[in-house]
Write a protein that binds this ligand. Structure first.
Ligand SMILES: Nc1nc2c(ncn2[C@@H]2O[C@H](COP(=O)(O)OP(=O)(O)OP(=O)(O)O)[C@@H](O)[C@H]2O)c(=O)[nH]1
Ligand SMILES: [Mg+2]
Length: 181
């Protein structure tokens, strides 16, 4: 059995917990706690340690999905969770005040990891706020020297989350996805 590990990160409310829950083939492990600080203005619960789910790629290949907390005060978990992972899914919430700043912040925070592995970016809540557009994200991320796939996704939709993971796997190893199809 081959096992790979992928990390989901991004700001509070981007949909990390929702996405892992939507795609996981097992009941997910969550560490949601009642939000007490400024996060409470945006949502009722927030991840304080990690999310965990598993996606079966084939009979003997699995992906372990780990979600980080979005809140910066739990950023010590980011490095712990990233150990041994093969790629990063960055989810951004298009309704936040400055999603491009969120993009730059998380790319900076995970830069060492991204340079060793691969990145795929998913933009959620575009149904609620159509701007910035995907093209704006492409230029923002080219500005920091990266060229990852960027998709509009609804974190509640397993198909959307699945496409994002496939794009990440494809960047890592085109054979990995092709072999499964
Ligand atoms: N309308 C809309 N809602 C979405 C979309 N994607 C996710 N959501 C909702 O946005 C919320 C995301 O919440 P979480 O999954 O807890 O976010 P998180 O990234 O885990 O947040 P923290 O753990 O606090 O960092 C959920 O209520 C989802 O149902 C989308 O594309 N459109
Ligand atoms: Mg969460």
């Amino acid at each position: 059995m081959e096992q790979h590990k992928i990390i989901f990160t991004g700001p509070v409310g981007a949909g990390k917990t929702t996405a892992i829950n939507a795609i996981s083939d097992i009941p997910t492990v969550r560490t949601d706690a009642t939000a007490t600080d400024m996060t409470a203005g945006r949502k009722r619960v927030t991840t304080v340690a990690l999310d965990f789910g598993v996606m079966n790629l084939g009979p003997d290949e699995r992906i372990h999905l780990y979600g980080t907390p979005g809140q910066e005060r739990f950023d010590f978990m980011w490095e712990i969770l990233s150990k041994g992972a093969i790629g990063l899914v960055l989810l951004l919430d298009n309704t936040r005040a400055d999603p491009s700043a969120d993009l730059r912040f998380f790319v900076q925070a995970f830069r060492g990891f991204i340079d060793r592995t691969e990145l795929a970016v998913g933009v959620t809540r575009m149904d609620l706020s159509p701007k910035p557009r995907i093209a704006d994200y492409h230029s923002a991320i080219r500005g920091v020297g990266l060229k990852p796939p960027v998709f509009a996704v609804d974190a509640r939709e397993s198909r959307d989350v699945g496409l994002l993971i496939q794009a990440l796997l494809y960047s890592l190893d085109p054979g990995l996805v092709a072999a499964d199809e």
